[in-house]
Design a protein around this ligand. Structure first.
Ligand SMILES: C[S@@+](CC[C@H](N)C(=O)[O-])C[C@H]1O[C@@H](n2cnc3c(N)ncnc32)[C@H](O)[C@@H]1O
Length: 274
């Protein structure tokens, strides 16, 4: 593995490298030491205010998430999860809380856009406009591109603006994301084939560029699929995530100015020529 690939794998998106547990479970377990301390203090009769106990549990959970090198967002989730629940309950008991229907609506929205991530370990986050610029630059005249897990259709919509000659396709597993991508591409005019389904069922043999912005979890399987199906000379382009054992032929930094490795805004396109 090259230094660049090793650096990319060690980025903010790497999956709990020090544990062999799913990150969500590890993040949950990280609350246990602080909760045990709080329970001991409560049993021993210490008269500590509830907000302080919540702070101890959350700070401990965030520290453990950092120590276990969970992806960076788990540190923030662990730090803010309990305090926000405490705040919501406090407001609710005072009678000026949020209407519970909003929580239901937020849950449904999350489920429709991301429930599949529990199984695929690929949540929804969006490519930057810089990524789409690079894709548009690399497409041959009248070339074809597929976005595997096309999300809300942003990269495809941007590529189409710059390259109206291109044949574009996307496949997306989450129904709401698919619908938004489909409408977005249709309303913008032009041709784009946006399908609802699993990227593992897509035939990659027809495309000049296969673009994927997924997570570390499916990369080894994606490599096998790309090698088996993509035509010679075509490009496999992964936003941020490296292949476990295969160096990219080219790496393009598409970070925001000033971003450092490990920042959420630090991003690269890794490009393999088949
Ligand atoms: C990180 S987002 C990227 C979205 C879009 N490609 C972009 O760059 O803005 C990954 C998307 O892949 C979708 N996805 C994950 N696993 C998938 C699968 N097996 N088949 C199809 N889509 C999948 C998710 O629902 C999510 O919308």
């Amino acid at each position: 593995m090259s230094n660049i690939d090793a650096q990319v794998r060690a980025s903010a998106f790497d999956v709990a490298p020090t544990l062999s547990l799913p990150p969500a479970l590890a993040a949950l377990l990280a609350h246990l030491p602080g909760s045990a301390c709080a329970a001991v203090l409560a049993i021993s009769g210490a008269d500590l205010p509830l907000p302080l106990l919540i702070l101890v549990i959350s700070a401990g959970a965030a520290l453990l998430a950092w120590y276990w090198r969970l992806p960076i967002w788990w540190r923030y989730i662990n730090l803010f999860f309990l305090p926000l629940i405490g705040l919501a309950l406090h407001l609710q008991t005072r009678g000026d809380g949020v209407d519970p229907n909003w929580f239901l609506a937020a849950f449904l929205l999350l489920a429709l856009t991301s429930i599949g991530a529990v199984r695929t370990r690929v949540p929804l986050y969006l490519s930057s406009p810089r990524a789409a610029e690079e894709l548009a630059l690399r497409l041959p005249i009248q070339g074809s591109l597929i976005d595997l897990g096309c999300g809300l259709g942003g990269p495809l919509a941007r590529v189409r603006k710059q390259r109206p000659d291109a044949h574009l396709a996307g496949i997306e597993a989450a129904p709401l994301n698919w619908l938004i991508a489909k409408l977005r591409l249709r309303l913008g005019g032009g041709r784009a084939d946006i399908r609802l389904g699993s990227l593992w069922n897509a035939d990659l043999s027809a495309y000049d560029i296969v673009y994927a912005y997924l997570s570390p979890a499916p990369m080894a399987r994606l490599w096998d699929k790309a090698r088996a199906e993509m035509k010679p000379g075509s490009l496999l382009i992964s936003n941020t995530f490296a292949m476990p054992d295969f160096d990219a032929d080219e790496v393009v930094d598409i970070s925001k100015p000033g971003a450092k490795p490990g920042d959420l805004s630090h991003a690269r396109l890794l490009i393999w020529r088949m």
